[in-house]
Design a protein around this ligand. Structure first.
Ligand code: AMP
Ligand code: MG
Length: 473
């Protein structure tokens, strides 16, 4: 494994040198072979194993410093309070991938925190990020999970763990805010050049590289959020320090995947005002991009920044419509606005399971409406919608079963339900990682049938709906 240290080369205004502080009697419990293979990480090498687990320190490992708007208020200095960037790996296409350990021990940015992560939160992040990847949603990914009997104290003692993850980059909107609000123009320019070189190199050929890069950041962010909305993912803590400049989903905390269709749903129980409610995510994405654009107010005119932001809505809308059109089995460009709004107007009062509805629709034959009608209270309203839907599909004269098959490649059978994560965590806390692995294997291929695991595709039991997740992890 050849570790590179490009970010470290930026200089110590950007980070503090830190190393991973392994947990007591730590052990590797899960390793993502496919990801390691894709990154050409030689997992047989004992030295690589020691480096990845933090047992062998890396000279240039570091914790990044950044700022961020947290729930609307600006925090001038945050940073990796429990994260260590080991370095980057260059893939065979020339792209960088960060190797970043979460829960690696205290850093100069830990503030009042202990620098640790609990097994519960590492398992939740492992499952969610791999599921997101399987759903083609840009995301950090989990490479390795280490556990230990070392207790970490939250509301009560819990098993400690570390999660080694990869992402194209861990540069956040908050990185730019950190330098901008301190008036550190040299560092801000260094960061711009760094991102152009490593993540947006195609913009270097443009007459206006910064503008071109920012348009791409806006579009990547819009596409990422369109995908969140289509799959029913709620991030939970959309602060600007959790928003990646490379347009990847990062920092999984009190996230959730929507079960009952409920647009005003708030998964994070610490979010008392519902700032990051499911239906607010697209608007918050734009709010965060506004914060980001302010950092370039010395580089670009106000009109230029506004013009860059105007790419957001169109990119988000276009991408979301394309995703939803495919979920409905209709061809690209088909106008689904009315079909969708009338469908959502039914799903909400019915408290219909969002993913199961679309999966059921993907199995439906034209004469099998009852399959869906049996799931609802207002049968007549649903029947009317199904008739409209059927007409739209039949008018296209496509092979119904072929379309249904394609729909099953975009409408997953399995989604990460809170109660499933909870059950996997309860077992793992007792040292049994089998439920976690079983869940991981279905979530890594969520469109496949996995008939032996049918029960993992079912709706949440009543107790599962009452589970709460919050920022404490
Ligand atoms: P989050 O919103 O969960 O991404 O975290 C916000 C900030 O708190 C980040 O700067 C984290 O590094 C930091 N943080 C979260 N948990 C801990 C912890 N246990 N110890 C130290 N810092 C933490
Ligand atoms: Mg964070």
């Amino acid at each position: 494994m050849k570790l590179e240290h490009h970010f470290a080369g930026l200089g110590e205004a950007f980070y503090a040198k830190t190393s991973i502080q392994p947990l007591l009697k730590q052990r590797l419990v899960e390793f993502n072979q496919a990801l390691a293979h894709a990154l050409s990480i030689d997992i047989k090498s004992p030295q690589t194993k020691r480096i990845l687990s933090g047992e062998e320190p890396v000279e240039d490992s570091l914790s990044m410093v950044y700022a961020g708007h947290q729930f609307g208020g600006f925090s001038p200095q945050l940073g990796d309070g429990r994260g260590v960037l080991l370095g980057e790996i260059l893939d065979d296409q020339g792209w960088l991938h960060d190797l970043h350990m979460k829960g690696a021990g205290p850093t100069p940015f830990s503030r009042r925190g202990d620098g640790r992560a609990v097994l519960r939160s590492c398992i939740r992040e492992y499952l969610a990020s791999e599921f997101m990847h399987a759903m083609s949603i840009p995301s950090s990914r989990a490479l390795a999970l280490y556990t230990s009997s070392q207790a970490v104290y939250r509301e009560q003692p819990e098993p400690g763990a570390m999660l080694l993850r990869t992402a194209q980059g861990h540069i956040r909107f908050g990185h730019f805010e950190y330098f901008f609000y301190q008036g550190k123009e040299i560092e801000l320019n260094q960061l711009i050049d760094y991102c152009l070189k490593h993540y947006y190199s195609d913009c270097l050929a443009s007459d206006t590289p910064l503008e071109s890069m920012l348009i791409q950041v806006v579009e990547r962010t819009a596409r990422m959020i369109a995908k969140w909305q289509a799959v029913g993912f709620q991030h939970g803590v959309m602060n600007t320090d959790n928003f990646s400049f490379t347009g990847e989903t990062i920092d999984y905390g009190p996230y959730g995947f929507m079960e009952d269709y409920q647009p005003d749903w708030v998964c994070n129980h610490s979010d008392h005002e519902g700032r990051y409610a499911f239906s607010r995510q697209p608007g918050i994405g734009l709010w965060n991009l506004n914060c980001l654009m302010r950092c370039f107010s010395k580089h670009l005119e106000r009109d230029q920044l506004v013009a860059i932001l105007q790419h957001y809505e169109i990119a988000l809308q276009t991408h979301y419509e394309a995703l939803m059109t495919a979920k409905l089995g209709l061809p690209e460009g088909h106008n689904v606005t009315n079909l969708l709004s009338s469908l959502f107007a039914i799903l909400a009062p019915e408290k219909m399971d969002y993913s199961l509805f679309f999966r059921l629709l993907s199995h439906l034959l034209p004469d099998e409406f009852d399959l869906i009608l049996d799931e609802v209270v207002d049968r007549e309203r649903m029947r009317a919608w199904l008739l409209d839907y059927q007409q739209a599909r039949l008018a296209l004269e496509q092979d119904w079963s072929q379309v249904s098959m394609a729909m099953r490649q975009v409408n997953p059978k399995f989604v990460l339900r809170n109660y499933l994560a909870h059950e996997a965590i309860e077992a793992a806390d007792q040292g049994d990682f089998l439920p976690f692995r079983r869940l991981l294997s279905v979530l890594s291929a969520p469109f496949d049938e996995h008939q032996a695991c049918d029960q993992l595709a079912q709706r949440s039991p009543e107790w599962g709906r009452l589970l709460e997740v919050s920022c404490s992890s």
